[in-house]
Design a protein around this ligand. Structure first.
Ligand code: KG4
Ligand code: ZN
Length: 335
C-alpha cells in the first residue's frame, strides 16, 4: 500500500510518500518547508501568514513527490484535518480533496495528534509499540496523556488546563529574550546552566488526576525575572526546563502505575528535548518490567507528513475514508 501524506496544520508544509508492506513502513520521499524564519519575526505564528506561505510552497513540494501526474500508483491520500489553524489546515485539506477527486483515489482524514503518536511507527524506530500503550503527547498546542488500547482507540486521561508544555517553553523563551520557537533555544541554553539553581513550582504535581497546568510556572519565571533582573539566564532556563520535565515525568509514571501499559510513547515537538527523553526513559524502563519505551526519530518530532501518511495508512486499512467533496478542516478536533 502506497500513501501520500499531507500536513499543513501549523507552520510546516509537508508531503510524504510512504509504503506499507506487511507491518513495516518505508519512507519513499519526505519533503518539508518550514516557516520558522517567517514567524520568528513576529515572535509566534500568524495564521494568515502561515496559510499564504503554505499555498505558495505546497505545489513545489508536490512536484518533488515521485508520483505520475494521474496519481495511478498510489492507493490513498491522507491529510491532517485538525486540530490546528483553520486557514493553514485548509490549504492541505483542499489540495488533498482535489487530488483525491481528480485521481479517483480514496481520501483519508487524519487527526494531527494521532499523527504525532504514529511518528513512532516510523521505520527508523527499531521496535513498534504493543498495546495497550500510554502516550505522552507534548507539543506547542497540546499536552495530553492518552491511553491507547489498540489502533485508533484513544482514551484521553489527562491534559493541560491552560498552556501546553511547548507553549510554556515558547513564552518563557520570549521572557528571556530568546527567539521563536523557544523549546530548542531554552534546551540549548539549559546545558550551560544549573537545573537546581532556582526552585520553580512543579504545577499540580500532587493532584490525584493526570492533568497539567503550565501558565503559573511561566508567571513564576516572570516574577523571578522582575525580582532578579541580573540572574544568570542559563540557570533560569535550566531550572525552568527541570520543572517542566519533572512535572511531565512524575505524572506519566503515575499514569503508568494506574493504567499498566506495556508500551510508553513520548511524542510531539517537545519530545525532541533530550533531558525529557532521558528522564522518562530511565523511569519507564525499570529492570523488573517488560515495558517498552518509544520516541520518534529527531527529524520526526516536529510536524511532518510521514506521521500523517502512517496514521492515514492505518486508518485506511481499518476502513476509514472521507468524502472529497465535503471534507472540512476541523480546528478543534479532539483525539
Ligand atoms: O509538534 P510541534 O512541532 O508543533 C505542534 O503541533 O505544536 O511542536 C512545537 C513545539 C514548540 O512549542 C517548540 O518550542 C517545542 O515543540 N520544542 C521543544 C524542543 N524542540 C521543539 N521544546 C522543548 N525542548 C526542545 N528541544
Ligand atoms: Zn504538531
Amino acid at each position: 500500500m502506497r500513501i501520500l501524506g499531507i500536513e499543513s496544520s501549523c507552520d510546516e508544509t509537508a508531503l510524504a510518500l510512504v509504503t506499507k508492506t506487511g507491518k513495516a513502513f518505508v519512507i519513499e520521499k519526505h519533503v518539508l518547508a518550514s516557516q520558522i524564519k517567517t514567524h520568528a519575526r513576529y515572535g509566534g505564528i500568524v495564521p494568515e501568514v502561515a496559510a499564504r506561505e503554505h499555498a505558495e510552497k505546497i505545489f513545489d513540494l508536490l512536484s518533488e513527490i515521485p508520483v505520475p501526474r494521474d496519481g495511478q500508483d498510489i492507493d490513498a491520500i491522507a491529510v491532517t484535518i485538525g486540530p490546528g489553524l483553520v486557514p493553514a489546515l485548509r490549504v492541505g485539506v483542499e489540495l488533498a480533496k482535489c487530488l483525491a477527486w481528480a485521481w479517483h483515489k480514496p481520501l483519508v482524514s487524519v487527526n494531527h495528534l494521532e499523527g504525532h503518536i504514529y511518528s513512532v511507527w516510523d521505520p527508523a524506530c527499531s521496535t513498534i509499540p504493543r498495546f495497550p500503550a500510554l502516550c505522552l503527547l507534548v507539543s506547542g498546542g497540546h499536552t495530553e496523556l492518552v491511553f491507547m488500547k489498540d489502533h485508533g482507540v484513544y482514551q484521553s486521561i489527562g491534559m493541560t488546563r491552560d498552556d501546553a508544555a511547548g507553549e510554556a517553553f515558547d513564552k518563557v523563551a520570549k521572557l528571556l529574550g530568546l527567539s521563536y520557537p523557544g523549546g530548542p533555544e531554552i534546551s540549548r541554553l539549559a546545558k550551560e546552566g544549573d537545573p537546581n539553581a532556582i526552585v520553580f513550582p512543579r504545577p499540580m504535581i500532587d493532584s490525584s488526576d493526570f492533568d497539567f497546568s503550565f501558565s503559573g510556572l511561566k508567571t513564576a519565571v516572570k516574577n523571578y525575572l522582575s525580582k532578579y533582573p541580573t540572574a544568570p539566564v542559563a540557570d533560569i532556563a535550566a531550572s525552568f526546563q527541570q520543572a517542566v520535565i519533572e512535572t511531565l515525568v512524575v505524572k506519566t509514571v503515575r499514569a503508568v502505575h494506574t493504567y499498566k501499559p506495556v508500551s510508553v510513547i513520548l511524542t510531539g515537538g517537545v519530545s525532541a528535548n533530550a533531558p525529557l527523553r532521558e528522564m522518562l526513559r530511565s523511569q519507564i524502563l525499570s529492570p523488573d518490567s517488560n515495558r517498552s519505551f518509544h520516541v520518534p526519530e529527531l527529524s520526526l518530532t516536529g510536524d511532518n507528513a510521514v506521521m500523517i501518511a502512517i496514521a492515514g495508512a492505518v486508518r485506511f486499512q481499518n476502513g476509514h475514508t472521507a468524502d472529497p467533496l465535503t471534507l472540512e478542516a476541523k480546528p478543534n478536533l479532539p483525539l
